[in-house]
Design a protein around this ligand. Structure first.
Ligand code: NDP
Length: 499
């Protein structure tokens, strides 16, 4: 059973053991709420990454994991059960580390076991195929694991995002090396403890810490990997994909976003306001599918903006562990500085600051929930990923213009359509350039439901059977099952089949 720890030391987890980095150095983890040091984190280097990759390779080759779907299914279900049992401690730790309100973490992390159960079931039920081939042959396919996979994960949903990668990677029989964000390593180590307790062979899951520019880079470039899977910013995605290209390995990259919600004028105003405020301010806006841009019909623009601002003005800014908190502190000082700078840019470029003055505590990296109205699509705040509690409301005149505006960004991850017109909802969904479209909702996700980006939001898909398949490779076995003689070079020079 996990217990609360006041100042955990986050060591690396390699070959089933928690170990310091080779350098013996640590860096401090700072609380977004109190600005105090709350943990020391092993500062992994390229040497540590190589050790972790070798441990993973060894486990992949020599344990039963690769060869025994039965072992994987039982272990993943055990892990799901252990997660359920230990959820309160994990929820509290993740809220402390990220600053995200505990109510959010409870709702989000409570669902993690579903991913391990789901992918165990995929491994249990996915069948191989017998492609048609011809008389006299047994022709079948086999799905096999890739080998060692590198997982690079961000700080905003540390365990959820890791789980979306880890569950399919393990179910398919791979070994992994994880490099979590330097800002959110604590709950990843808690998961490693549970993995250890679930009886998974040592070395199948390894965790290194350290900086993205050092440990992350070394992992992405490691030549022994068979796949690298990143969730992070678009610039990191380009670097990681380039390294994967040089090593000719698979890459999946879930990258930045700037989700748009389109509000049509037939909708119920209260439902649309409640939904778009949820979309914009959950996780204090620190999420890749944040409903950062709301497009509102000119016919209801003023009414909508007034109701939206009224709702936002009631959001409670406060400490992450308070059950009543709606908006916690941002994860790091550098995020706070970035968000404040972008708010100033919005004002300078002529957007109207309709709300941005909720009182925030003196200590901690808090920023008021902010609403910009009269935003145009060329403004920086309408285009750049702010990753904070800032929402821009834009005006449109026609459905055609709404679609053009929605597609008028370099990102293509999530979008939402708010309408009661069923024909319009699906007609518009068809034309939006994004992978995940919600109709009259936002942020919904499930282990079976594909997730990934169009355009600069990434490549590859998380969740679902396709993701499991992406963590495996296909082998085709063609077996001759007759004793018919065959000799191409028998000198007869007759037509026969060799292919
Ligand atoms: P980063 O791109 O900064 O980091 C992501 C991970 O990669 C971290 O573990 C980081 O380590 C590591 N990393 C950083 N630089 C390199 C490098 N050169 N080579 C290898 N690894 C590296 O993203 P953030 O952590 O700041 O997360 C926020 C971003 O993630 C946003 O753009 C957001 O939209 C995106 N995101 C996308 C999601 C999606 O589903 N599409 C979901 C959630 C977030 P370190 O932290 O130590 O620097």
């Amino acid at each position: 059973m996990l217990t609360k720890r006041d100042l955990p030391r986050c060591e690396q987890f390699i070959g089933g053991k928690f170990l310091p980095s080779v350098s013996g150095k640590y860096f401090p983890l700072i609380s977004p709420e109190t600005e105090e040091v709350t943990a020391e984190v092993a500062n992994s280097t390229a040497e540590d990454v190589e050790t972790a990759v070798q441990a993973a390779l060894h486990a992949f080759k020599h344990s039963k994991w690769r060869l025994s779907p039965e072992l994987r299914i039982v272990t993943l279900r055990k892990l799901a059960a252990k997660l359920r049992e230990n959820m309160p401690a994990i929820v509290e730790a993740e809220a402390r580390v990220t600053g995200r309100p505990i109510r959010e973490m409870r709702a989000q992390l409570g669902r993690l076991p579903e991913w391990y159960d789901y992918f165990a079931s995929v491994a249990e039920t996915l069948e191989d195929t017998l492609p048609p081939f011809g008389r006299g042959y047994l022709n079948y396919t086999r799905r096999e694991p890739l080998g060692v996979v590198g997982l690079l994960t961000p700080w905003n949903h540390p365990l959820l995002i890791l789980t979306k990668k880890l569950a399919p990677a393990l179910a398919a029989g791979n070994a992994v090396v994880i490099k979590p964000s330097e800002l959110a390593p604590v709950t990843i180590n808690m998961l490693a403890e549970l993995i250890h307790d679930s009886g998974m062979p040592e070395g199948i899951v390894n965790v290194v810490h350290g900086l993205g520019s050092v440990a992350g880079k070394a992992l992405a470039q490691n030549k022994a990997l068979s796949k690298i899977d990143l969730t992070g910013g678009t610039p990191t995605g380009r670097e990681v994909a380039a390294a994967a290209g040089r090593n000719l390995i698979k890459v999946a990259a879930e990258l930045g976003g700037k989700a748009t919600s389109i509000v049509f004028d037939d909708v119920d105003l209260t439902a649309a306001v409640n939904g778009t405020v949820f979309a914009g301010y959950i996780a204090s806006g620190q999420t890749c599918v944040q409903g950062a841009r709301v497009l509102v019909s000119d016919k209801m623009y003023d009414r909508f903006c007034a109701a939206f601002v009224e709702k936002v003005s009631k959001l409670r800014v406060g400490p992450p562990l308070d059950n009543r908190t709606d908006i916690g502190p941002l994860v790091a000082k550098r995020q706070l500085d970035r968000v404040v700078k972008l708010i100033e840019t919005g004002i300078r470029e002529g957007a109207t600051l309709a709300y941005g003055k909720a009182p925030v505590p003196d200590t901690g990296w808090y920023v008021s929930p902010t609403v910009f109205t009269d935003v145009t699509n060329d403004m920086t705040v309408a285009q750049e990923e702010i990753f904070g509690p800032v929402v821009c409301i834009l005006r449109y005149q026609s459905e055609k213009e709404a679609i053009e505006l929605a597609n008028g960004t370099r990102f293509g991850l999530g979008m939402a359509i708010w309408t009661n017109d069923i024909r319009r909802a699906h007609h518009v969904a068809e034309q939006l350039e994004a992978d995940i479209i919600w109709i009259n909702d936002h942020h919904r996700i499930g282990p079976a439901s594909p997730w990934g980006g169009f355009k600069e939001s990434g490549v590859g898909r998380e969740n679902g059977i396709d993701c499991y398949k992406d963590y495996s490779r296909l082998k085709n076995v063609i077996a001759k099952i007759t004793a018919d003689p065959f000799d191409w070079f028998d000198g007869a020079a007759t037509d026969k089949r060799y292919s």
